[in-house]
Design a protein around this ligand. Structure first.
Ligand code: AKB
Length: 316
């Protein structure tokens, strides 16, 4: 049977880039792109889907004979705190719809993104292991712990092939993040290239795990294409790229753009970041399916500044 992919939440920061990659890999006609709104910027087949609407997800799965689902629709950490009950409802209801529909329609594989937000005070802050204690402090983190366990439940009980990665903060030039605590690490490059001062909502020494977009897209495809017997963790895999603080990235930017300036005005997101790991141990992903990141902070900085300089030169 040929691969037919459904992507939910495809207009998000990661979704838009992953969608283009999957379309190039499997063909425009084999990827059904969906989000709660049509941005008008999508190539190929687009369907408006509110993933909390079971009937709607089911009807698209039937209409296109879907064989794989990448379920990206979710509300992130900072935005999620504005309305905890609604965040819980959206994040968990949409996932359960996808898992149940996948089970009943004999979907071959499901991808579910988790996050470093699953960790809290019970986990070591440095080199946080895959099996560390999970006591998150945000509703987003709680919903991801819940989702990881549901993923494992559907695998163990029904044999549904659900695969998952705990994403660090994602840095890319192609799209803007929205509603996350790690968003500063993308915004900082835009301000630097536009020669504007950057007001950082985290303190200068707040180190967090981060990853470059190319690495994160490659990791997702490598995980999804790995032979099933190699996937030993059915909750979610830790994934590390790099780890840095706002000051580290500001210093790296200043090597290329010496006039760059930054101010630190921590807000409520500081408290979220304080409960997250500073760095991640991803040895399990390396051992099980051969994961290796390629981008360090220097490479990320050069690539982001080059790409955004070109973008703004063309745009302005
Ligand atoms: C967020 O900051 O909420 C996300 C994440 C780390 O999951 N980028």
């Amino acid at each position: 049977m040929s691969v037919k992919i459904l992507i939910t939440g495809a207009n998000g920061q990661l979704g838009s880039v992953l969608t283009a990659t999957l379309q190039d890999r499997y063909g425009l006609e084999n990827v059904v792109v969906s989000d709660i709104r049509n941005s008008g910027n999508n190539r190929g087949i687009f369907e408006v889907i509110d993933a909390t609407d079971y009937e709607r997800v089911q009807s698209v799965v039937t209409q296109y004979n879907i064989t794989q689902i990448y379920h990206l629709a979710a509300i992130l950490s900072a935005k999620g705190e504005e309305n905890p009950l609604q965040t819980w409802d959206i994040n968990t209801k949409a996932l359960l719809n996808v898992l149940e529909i996948a089970r009943l329609n004999a979907i071959e594989k499901v991808f579910y993104p988790s996050s470093i937000a699953v960790f809290g005070e019970g986990a070591p802050k440095n080199n946080t292991p895959n099996d560390a204690y999970l006591n998150p402090t945000t509703v987003y983190g709680i919903s991801k712990v819940d989702g990881e366990n549901w993923a494992q439940y559907y695998f163990l009980k029904y044999g549904l092939d659900v695969r998952s990665i705990r994403y660090p903060g994602v840095i890319g030039h192609q799209s803007l993040p929205g509603g996350g605590t790690t968003d500063y690490a993308v915004d900082i490059f835009h301000k630097a290239v536009l020669n504007e001062k950057f007001n950082c909502f985290l303190s200068e020494d707040t180190a967090l795990p981060m990853i470059y977009m190319d690495d994160v897209i490659r990791s997702t495809i490598e995980l999804m294409e790995a032979p099933s017997e190699k996937i030993k963790v059915r909750t979610s895999y830790n994934l590390a790229g790099v780890s840095f603080s706002p000051k580290d990235v500001a210093l790296e930017i200043a090597k290329i753009l010496p006039n760059f300036s930054i101010d630190y005005k921590p807000d409520f997101r500081q408290d979220i970041a304080n409960h997250w790991p500073k760095s991640i141990d991803d040895s399990q992903a390396k051992t099980d399916w051969g994961w290796q990141p390629k981008y360090n902070l220097e490479a990320i900085t050069k690539t982001m500044i080059n790409a955004l300089t070109e973008h703004y030169t063309v745009t302005i």
